[in-house]
Design a protein around this ligand. Structure first.
Ligand code: SAH
Ligand code: SF4
Length: 381
């Protein structure tokens, strides 16, 4: 049975995910001066403090008031896995037996954190482990920014003064960030804020499979870098791989990308086109040529992601030769093209392998399991 204290605690306001503006509004609403927001934000996001008693530049009465009304509650890490290549993955508990995953990919001076935005995903792309899990719910802003907080904490980055453990954030974990718009925008504003994590707009990237109306809305208020999960050069193929294409086809999506760029002050910005290469599906020379043609008018660079296998999927990663052939065709067509090296695949932390644990409300995971079983080739021994 729940104690009365537990009930009171549940009602406390979590300050972890509040942007500067929200925090100022909150302080005003409890009769405090809004400038205190800057001090509190610094304690939380610069010093990693989750206890009001440690906020020594706040007066005792304010600390006591906050103690009573509010809390700083990061999500709970239930598992941490380290890959032989230095990649670290956390499974984070977000209530109701649900887990989401966060991955840190260290690379020289850089540390890229791959952050989740939803528990599962409703969009059901055919090559994505998260999609196969179905959808449970959106993460709160605290649960999103909490992943950055936890990652830095995990390396003792706050105490050592080394927040540079996370130099880049990519919204490429579980979920479709544009379908959790408000919370993602709130969390990203903390990533960019000097009183938060102070990352430059080039180092915070939102990846989307193409929710066009939300992309337009994002362009009106945000300056973060944009990555588009394209994966196919024509609508017929993209309809199969990325079902949301039936609603917002390639031409419509690419126009929205151009509008996003047009809204940015800085004229040199480009969109990153992500293209997961799947053997025999979208990796032929003709596909590469068609892609080069389709992207002709958009300022972009291309990131090729060799497919990362997971159970329940019948797709395969192309051969090195096929990947090189695709890369070369795009490079020769004048595109800056990179091939993403799979990182952390020994701990299932590579792109598309994040599955966490989702209490699926759509019952899609069950359908997929049954279908995958039916589709299993019969093995002759
Ligand atoms: N929902 C967003 C962000 C999360 S997916 C989006 O779709 O953009 C992050 C990236 O990983 C996307 O480009 C996605 O298409 C890619 N991805 C998904 N499954 C993959 C897999 N099995 N192998 C390689 N890349 C994958
Ligand atoms: Fe969702 Fe992105 Fe996976 Fe598609 S690729 S199912 S949009 S997480």
């Amino acid at each position: 049975m729940e104690t009365p204290t537990a009930v009171v605690q549940q009602m406390k306001v979590n300050l972890l995910g509040m942007s500067r503006k929200k925090m100022e509004e909150y302080l005003t609403s409890i009769g405090e001066k809004p400038f205190r927001a800057q001090q509190i934000l610094k304690w939380i996001h610069h010093s990693g403090v989750d206890n009001f008693d440690e906020m020594t530049n706040l007066g005792k009465p304010l600390r006591a008031k906050l103690q009573e009304l509010a809390e700083i509650r990061p999500p709970t890490v239930v598992k941490q896995l380290d890959s032989i290549d230095g990649t670290r993955k956390w499974a984070v508990e977000v209530g109701g037996n649900n887990l989401v995953e966060t991955v840190l990919i260290p690379d020289g001076q850089r540390g890229t954190l791959c952050v989740s935005s939803q528990v599962g995903c409703s969009l059901d792309c055919s090559f994505c482990a998260t999609g196969k899990q179905g959808f449970m719910r959106d993460l709160t802003a605290s649960e999103i920014i909490g992943q950055v907080w936890l990652a830095i904490k995990s390396y003792d980055g706050f105490n050592s003064g080394n927040k540079r453990i996370v130099t880049n954030v990519v919204m490429m974990g579980m979920g479709e960030p544009l379908l959790n718009f408000d919370n993602v925008v709130e969390a990203m504003s903390l990533m960019l804020d000097d009183f938060g994590y102070g990352l430059s707009k080039r180092r915070v990237t939102l990846s989307t499979s193409g929710v066009v109306p939300m992309l337009d809305k994002l362009g009106d208020i945000s300056t973060v870098s944009l990555a588009i999960s394209l994966h196919a050069p024509n609508d017929e193929l993209r309809n199969q791989l990325v079902p949301i294409n039936k609603k917002y086809p390639i031409a419509v999506l690419l126009e929205a990308c151009q509008r996003y760029l047009d809204k940015q002050e800085d004229t040199h910005r480009v969109v990153t086109i992500e293209y997961t290469l799947i053997a025999g599906v979208n990796d032929s020379l003709d596909h590469a040529k068609e892609l080069a043609e389709v992207l002709r008018n958009l300022p972009c660079k291309i990131n090729l992601i060799p497919f990362n296998p997971f159970s329940l999927s019948n797709y395969a990663r192309p051969s090195k030769n096929a990947i090189n052939r695709f890369w070369l065709a795009l490079t020769e067509a004048g595109y800056v093209t990179t091939v993403r090296t799979p990182r952390g695949d020994d701990i299932d932390a590579a792109c598309g392998q994040l599955a966490g644990q989702v209490q699926d409300r759509t019952k899609r995971s069950e359908r997929h399991r049954q279908r995958a079983e039916l589709e299993q080739p019969i093995r002759l021994v």
